[in-house]
Ligand binder design. Sequence first.
Ligand SMILES: [Ca+2]
Length: 152
Amino acid sequence: MINSVVYVAVGLIVLTTVRIVFGCDFADKYVISNQRVTFHDAYVRCRQHGFDPVEILSEHDEKEIEAVLKNETNYGWQNAFWIFATNLGDKKNYYWLDSGKPLFYSKFAAGQPSNVEQENCLEIWKTSSEIFEWNDAPCDTKLRFICKYRQL
Ligand SMILES: [Ca+2]
């Protein structure tokens, strides 16, 4: 009896873990907002809801985000999402706001970041060719945003 309870408990833990790591759309790893807010409001809202503002540190992270966004959005810059890197620190190099890490990985659109004076915050969006790309945009633009469930 005790053994079967243990097996069931272990089974549930394995199932839950697998679902988080390999879920087909990673919907239980990331949270996509319906609201459109400024970059800094987006950061605060992730935190207020107990999530982490998303950071894309590798191609693996990028692929997961793209899998989530694929069914979430129409194409075009109007439908972009904040990812939480900015160059407001030194106006030159981009760093992830939460961890302070530099961009080990990036997927900027051709000609981006354009480094126009007012464009200091990074967004991700889907082109009409169904390709996801990054851009530097004005931080006070109101966009949807991506948070991540805190990993235990
Ligand atoms: Ca730009």
